[in-house]
Ligand binder design. Structure first.
Ligand SMILES: [Zn+2]
Length: 298
């Protein structure tokens, strides 16, 4: 009997430790079109898609308003634009993130011990959406280069203790799209994609080591806010509501909790909901979330 009790205590302890060891990393590659996430331009991301613990889509539906502020808001809050009201980048400050907070708030309400971080090249994402719920940020008052943010993320991941949920935003791909066109025929754009793919490779290698060394259960999400259009001239992604190159986006979810294979008809608003499911948070109706759980095992 004593042995059985000990066994159950051990299982209990292990389960407890394991549940504390869930870790989330979102790598947000602003303005990365789905058709450049392939073997030629993004070999690492392409190879992850084929792993047994990856769920993916090249057709994740974003908001009809195809601006960055709108879609990062939808991704982080799990509600459509009609609720969070972040109409465009200029009106970001008008977003209602009190009634529709980012998923970090719900994580912390559920478990105040959880620590969240956001390393964003775009200060406004931190400033307007997440600031109240973050234990570490890059900067909320100015924009930063991708290299600064990337170094910060890499340093953090090499520490013995990491944040439980980390959001990363990199703007290099979008920047090059605006300069010369969002297209696989524009080498400036695809080179930026390849640079970010190398960063993803480095990150995943560290995450893999951590899984073994610290017995952490990681969910890594790599995605974007919108695609883009036009070749060879200054162009963009605004008002792209019927353009598939802007509205249909890539989504990669990797981890041992992931149900491998293609995700059917995901939407940007499903990501926050799925993260809460991953952490075991019971979704309350009064939060008015509009997504559903995608890409995870039952
Ligand atoms: Zn964007």
């Amino acid at each position: 009997m004593k042995k059985i009790c000990l066994l159950f205590s051990f299982i209990g302890l292990f389960t407890h430790l394991f549940s504390q060891n869930k870790k989330l990393l979102i790598i947000g590659l602003d303005g990365c079109r789905a058709d450049v996430v392939n073997h030629r331009y993004a070999p690492t991301m392409d190879s992850i898609i084929h792993l047994k613990n990856t769920a993916y889509s090249y057709k994740m539906r974003n908001e009809r308003r195809t601006m960055s502020a709108t879609n990062w808001s939808s991704l982080l809050t799990g509600v459509h634009f009609s609720k969070h009201k972040a109409k465009n980048n200029r009106k970001f400050y008008k977003g209602d993130f009190v009634n529709y907070p980012p998923f970090m708030k719900y994580l912390k309400d559920e478990n105040p011990e959880l620590k969240c971080a956001s390393y964003s090249t775009w200060g406004d994402i931190n400033k307007y959406i997440m600031l109240d719920y973050l234990d570490d940020i890059t900067n909320a008052n100015k924009d930063l280069a991708d290299s600064v943010v990337e170094n910060k993320v890499l340093s953090m991941l090499k520490l013995p203790e990491v944040y439980d949920a980390t959001f990363v935003h990199l703007e290099d791909i979008d920047h090059n799209g605006h300069l010369k066109g969002f297209s696989k025929n524009n080498a400036t754009y695809t080179d930026a994609v390849t640079r970010k793919d190398s960063f993803v490779k480095e990150i995943l290698s560290i995450v893999q080591e951590r899984k073994i060394k610290y017995i952490e259960d990681w969910l890594v999400i790599i995605t974007t806010d919108h695609g883009g259009r036009r070749i060879g001239r200054a162009s963009g992604h605004s008002f792209g509501m019927i353009n598939p190159n802007i509205r249909q986006n890539f989504l990669i979810m990797n981890g041992d909790s992931v149900n491998s294979g293609k995700i059917i008809a995901p939407r940007t608003i499903d990501i926050a909901y799925s993260i809460l499911t991953f952490f075991g948070v019971k979704i309350k109706p009064e939060w008015n979330l509009q997504g559903k759980t995608i890409g995870l095992k039952d």
